[in-house]
Design a protein around this ligand. Structure first.
Ligand code: NAG
Ligand code: NAG
Length: 250
């Protein structure tokens, strides 16, 4: 997600010889793989593959903000209780457009949804073949879109992976973060913890036998350096009609 609230528009990319073919933006030179030029005078960076938009002197991400009559504001939050899926957004990655998927009590990028329906519930269970989350209050908690009594709470585990509680259990490891999530209508899921460092996708390692499934990690100032093999991504919110989408995720 956007590592901003606001990035001042006056970002100038100087004529650095390591960069590719530079282009003029007014009097400045910029690398079009890193920046986008508005009105031949304003440069905004490309972050997580998203050329940031421009609004009255500020660059912004459409996953979190909107520009209405030249005034920048946050997007409205998804109503609490509404279910939604998440898709990866970063056009530079092979997992662009793939779903965030539940499995092994954590959320990954581009995997297969793991869910369970008790036999005694049977046909009353939702299909459980897509991974859906349910919005909490703005900036508050988040849960999985499940029917199991007690629900399944979503949290950042101590390694800042996005995890969820096991059905029938409230156990959350100490050092986890249970609030500070915002799902924006028409935008993305944003981790408001950690000053806007955003999400990254980490490719499967050869030894991990990842099967094309990428890890999802929330960055912050202290873990960012250790995640340099990972790439920033936005998580696009796709709201769903009412109801829950699984009995429980496993
Ligand atoms: C989920 O299962 C339902 C019912 O079996 C099916 O109609 C639907 O196409 C499936 N969706 C996905 C994404 O697999
Ligand atoms: C950043 O994430 C790491 C886990 O990767 C966590 O240990 C640390 O406490 C977090 N830092 C902040 C400032 O929240």
């Amino acid at each position: 997600m956007a590592r901003l609230p606001l990035i001042a528009a006056a970002l100038l990319a100087f004529g650095d010889s390591v960069l590719g073919a530079l282009q003029p933006c007014g009097k400045a030179q910029y690398d079009p793989t890193q920046y986008v030029c508005y009105d031949n005078q304003f440069l905004c960076p490309i972050i997580a593959g998203e050329p940031l938009s421009y609004c009255s002197g500020a660059c912004y991400s459409k996953f979190q903000y909107q520009c209405v009559k030249n005034v920048l504001g946050v997007l409205p939050g998804v109503a609490a209780g509404t279910s939604f899926t998440l898709t990866v957004s970063n056009p530079t990655l092979p997992i662009n457009g793939k779903f965030v998927t539940a499995g092994g009590l954590h959320l990954s990028l581009g995997g297969t949804t793991s869910s369970y329906c008790p036999t005694q519930v049977g046909s009353a269970c939702p299909a459980g073949n897509i991974t859906a989350l349910a919005a909490g209050s703005y900036g508050g908690g988040l849960s999985m879109s499940t029917m199991v009594p007690g629900g399944q709470q979503v949290y950042l585990d101590p390694n800042w992976n996005l995890a969820y509680t096991q059905a029938h259990s409230a156990y959350i490891p100490s050092g986890s973060t249970v609030s500070g999530f915002a799902a924006y209508a028409g935008g993305g899921l944003v981790n408001l913890n950690g000053n806007g460092w955003g999400w990254v996708g980490c490719p499967p390692t050869a030894s991990g036998g990842g099967g094309g499934v990428w890890n999802l990690v929330a960055r912050n100032s202290s873990n960012a350096a250790s995640l340099n093999n990972c790439t920033p991504v936005n998580l696009k919110v796709n709201t769903l009609p009412g109801g829950m989408y699984a009995w429980q995720y496993t």
